[in-house]
Write a protein that binds this ligand. Sequence first.
Ligand SMILES: [Zn+2]
Length: 111
Amino acid sequence: MNNRTCVHCEDTFNLDSQLKRSVGGKINECPDCVIELQTEIKETIRAVSSGDGKMACIQILKFQNEDDAELYRKGWDQWSGWNNQRSGSVHDVAFTKVGENSGNGNHKGKS
Ligand SMILES: [Zn+2]
């Protein structure tokens, strides 16, 4: 464990966690803030919501550049969300899934 305190939200995060390594950012920024504030500029991180409300979850995806992210976003908007309905849009975009927050997941934070 290599705990740090985030300069943005003052939350404690593990610098050595897989998520933190994936999203990048500075050593004093938690992964959530890196994604939210988009402080990591080397690669493009996008949070995409999926699901149909009740089971909505956020997928955190990493793209190689801004164009790919936009392409994915556009494809996603047109996409109905069914895996078997391959229109060839979003599947053509190269991306890495770096994280996922399910709607009923344990939201981090201090009480
Ligand atoms: Zn933070």
